[in-house]
Design a protein around this ligand. Structure first.
Ligand SMILES: Nc1nc2c(ncn2[C@@H]2O[C@H](COP(=O)(O)OP(=O)(O)O)[C@@H](O)[C@H]2O)c(=O)[nH]1
Ligand SMILES: [Mg+2]
Length: 366
């Protein structure tokens, strides 16, 4: 799973990126200036399983963060304020985290017009809409040209595409994101390669000052943005990137004490990753044993056959049954054998809908 950080300059993207990745990152391909980092997904269930099985191999779920190159050039290009480089590094991500500034600090003057998280949020979401609109307009122009060169009676797949793009364009013209447009699976397949930015799930992050951490999301400055996000169905998180970065640089064992002292109940990294899972509609299941403990990511609502296929195509092909144990049962029983003796290991068929935290062992024959 890939998540991209976007926002105006000085919003705190890189500070948050450092907090999430503990400063370990490498340049994204193409010399764009964007940074990427893959981090393990924190999960107490995974830790519990590792502690129980002491496996030879440990494979946590991972998530990739991108700190986009976003240079706001100020030059207006075809209605887009920020220039094409604003989108560098984020076209191919699965979800976007939009960071807005909500902190005051002596070292950095407030932005023109004062701190205004909702205004900044809207500036960026409009930019995303305009970005998608310009992709559509370019494509529609090309389609018109292609259709003109076609002889009568020749098949024209472009006609269907034009229809879908016009439907999406109508929404964008109305300042509605691509994600709000009702599309069939077939229509989604046709537009998949456009990687529309407003089709991606969005998480809004208000970067508050060190003095406002305790206020959390109740801060009056954040109310308008909070309301906006509630209307749009966008996940909203308030955090202090600078404080989070400091904590992330401490030894693991010292972090809890500092979080408490700062009034941070849960590190940003955990909150943000959970929000990303929710926004993307995915969940975790586990495979456990002495050889390997591994966390897997699959869509919510996926069945046992799909889960088996994630592990290996052979497991899907030769699927017989899945042995399933809910993670809570394992924790309650403390050991695998005790849970099994208590009848907590169930046999399920291919249509079984996998639940978050299920431990799976697939029986198969190929
Ligand atoms: N006081 C304070 N300063 C911050 C916070 N987050 C970022 N900054 C500072 O704001 C400036 C811009 O942050 P940066 O992460 O580089 O923003 P970016 O342009 O969005 O990547 C830097 O000097 C940061 O140290 C914060 O939560 N509190
Ligand atoms: Mg930066």
């Amino acid at each position: 799973m890939k998540v991209g950080l976007i926002g105006l300059p000085q919003a705190g993207k890189t500070t948050l990126f450092d907090a999430l990745t503990r400063g370990e990152a490498s340049p994204a391909g193409g010399g764009s200036g964007a940074l990427v980092s893959v981090i393990p997904v924190p999960d107490p269930r995974y830790d519990f399983a590792v502690g129980l099985f002491h496996p030879k191999k440990r494979t946590p779920a991972t998530i990739e963060f991108t700190d986009g190159a976003a240079q706001v050039t100020g030059a207006e290009r075809g209605g887009q304020k920020f220039g094409a480089d604003f989108f560098v590094g984020i076209r191919s991500v699965d979800a976007l985290v939009l960071v807005v500034r909500a902190f005051e600090t002596p070292s950095l003057p407030p932005p023109e017009g004062g701190l205004n998280p909702r205004r900044d949020y809207q500036a960026i979401t409009e930019e995303l809409l305009l970005g998608d609109l310009s992709v559509i307009e370019t494509r529609l122009e090309r389609i018109e040209k292609q259709l003109k060169t076609r002889k009568a009676g020749q098949p024209s797949p472009e006609v269907t595409e034009r229809e879908i793009l016009n439907k999406i364009k109508a929404a964008l013209d109305d300042f509605k994101p691509v994600s709000s447009v009702d599309l069939t699976d077939e229509e989604n397949r046709v537009i998949k390669n456009f990687d529309f930015l407003t089709a991606k799930p969005l998480i809004a992050v208000a970067n508050v000052g060190e003095g406002d951490i305790a206020e959390d999301e109740g801060l009056p400055l954040l109310q308008p943005l909070r309301e906006q996000c509630a209307i749009e169905g966008v996940n909203f998180i308030a955090l202090c990137a600078a404080a989070e970065r400091e904590v992330s640089q401490l030894a693991e064992g010292d972090q809890r004490e500092f979080l408490d002292a700062l009034g941070i109940a849960e590190p940003a990294r955990d909150r943000l990753i959970r929000a990303a899972y929710r926004a993307l509609g995915v969940q975790s299941f586990f495979t456990v044993g002495d050889d390997e403990v591994r966390a897997w990511t699959i869509p919510q609502g996926a069945n046992a056959l799909t889960a088996a296929g994630r592990i290996h195509s052979d497991l899907a092909r030769g699927f017989i049954r899945a042995e399933v144990m809910a993670f809570d049962e394992l924790i309650a029983a403390r050991t695998w054998d005790a849970a099994k003796a208590a009848g907590k290991l169930r046999l399920e068929g291919r249509e079984y809908m996998v639940k978050d935290g299920d431990i799976l062992h697939v029986r198969f024959k190929v």
